[in-house]
Design a protein around this ligand. Structure first.
Ligand code: NAD
Length: 340
């Protein structure tokens, strides 16, 4: 039996999660909810996804645009085993009451505070804890990237202390109303909120993060400095370990990937699916071990990194796979992510 999934909020994250759900062998998409007609709503119709009215959505507005409406968000919730809420940040918290009243399970995104759900989720870090949970929050793009990396570093080399500077993209590519378009903007919330968010998954991790926003839409980059407890002999050990872990992609020097422009071009050249980069991206040349200090850069594709995590969260909540590795293997095969 396939788990029936509804997606409420069909923007950057929601449309990707919907496309990912329809590719899974053990899930079916019962519909998506949108507030207003848009090119994305048109694509949803073209792909055969039933559209339901979310929030303030008006049926005549959709119908005048030639987009059929299958019902209301309440009707969509009634058809679903689980709702993936991908509404704008803080709206998920408002929607939570609806899901609770309907007795339906729900997944929220990282724009919500952690108390929106019973747990914060990352497949590599805590898949097993999501079994039987009725509400789960998939952490934000940056927190997902850091939690994946911590899932490798913490068990293998231990962490005395982790410092990460997050070089944040200013906007998603389709957001024409955000900036800066020229400038480097420090985040004066010191340390930044990302460290505490990582601790919703690794409560004992000593981590401090800072952030600056830069005028690009092509990924975030994390500059990591980890003081390890049990350092490996050299950087090659670290590179090999990351390479053998699902959801990491490591570029070799001969590939001439100098930064995020080439990473996203590599993603556009992938043979199937969306031109997305759902893995943490590392560079061999960007990993260094110096005594007990580990340095590494990683790039995070903000629009897509959480997509496989949403799929694994569904599988974990319904016990559809025996463990994290099995779930990630199914997800990755369905989404065309190379799996080591
Ligand atoms: P988005 O603005 O691209 O999409 C949100 C969609 O929800 C829009 O289509 C909007 O019209 C719709 N919406 C508005 N009100 C609604 C309501 N009441 N009910 C249902 N839908 C409603 O936003 P996004 O970037 O996809 O972000 C969604 C969530 O994912 C946020 O919590 C965000 O923090 C998180 N997130 C975003 C990114 C990213 O980089 N874009 C990365 C990771 C996590």
């Amino acid at each position: 039996m396939k788990v029936k999934v509804a997606v409420n909020g069909y923007g950057t994250i929601g449309k990707r999660v919907a496309d990912a759900v329809v590719r899974q062998p053990d899930m079916t998409l019962v519909g998506i909810a949108k507030t207003r007609p848009s090119f994305e709503a048109r694509r949803a119709v073209e792909r055969g996804y039933p559209i339901f009215l979310a929030g303030s959505g008006s049926r005549p507005e959709f119908e005048q645009a030639g987009l059929p409406v299958a019902g209301t968000i309440d009707e969509l919730i009634g058809l679903a085993d689980i709702v993936v809420d991908s509404a704008p940040e803080k709206v998920g918290k408002e929607n939570a009451k609806k899901y609770r009243d309907a007795g339906v399970r729900a997944i929220f995104q990282g724009g919500e505070k952690s108390d929106v759900a019973e747990m914060s989720f990352n497949a590599l870090a805590n898949y097993d804890r999501a079994g039987e949970k009725r509400t789960v929050r998939v952490v934000s793009c940056n927190t997902t990237g850091l939690a994946r990396a911590a899932s490798v570093v913490v068990p293998h080399w231990g962490v005395q202390h982790w410092e990460a500077t997050i070089v944040r993209r200013a906007a998603d590519p389709s957001e024409s109303d955000r900036g800066p378009i020229n400038g480097i903007m420090p985040t004066f919330h010191l340390p930044s909120h990302h460290g505490p968010d990582v601790r919703t998954i690794f409560p004992d991790l000593s981590i401090a993060t800072t952030a600056v926003v830069v005028p690009t839409t092509l990924m975030h980059v994390h500059v990591n400095h980890v003081r390890m407890a049990r350092p490996p002999p050299d950087a090659q050990h670290v590179i090999d370990r990351f390479r053998r872990t699902p959801r990491f992609h490591i570029f070799a020097p001969w590939e001439h990937v100098d930064g995020t422009p080439q990473v996203m071009e590599f993603a556009r050249d992938r043979p199937n699916g969306r031109p997305d980069m759902m893995e943490n991206v590392l560079w061999e040349a960007g990993v260094r071990v110096d005594g007990e200090d580990l340095y590494f850069f990683q790039a995070i594709h903000q629009e897509s990194i959480v997509v496989p995590e949403n799929i694994d969260a569904i599988r974990a909540m319904f016990g559809l796979a025996p463990d994290a590795e099995a779930s990630m293997a199914i997800t990755d095969a369905a989404l065309g992510i190379p799996h080591p």
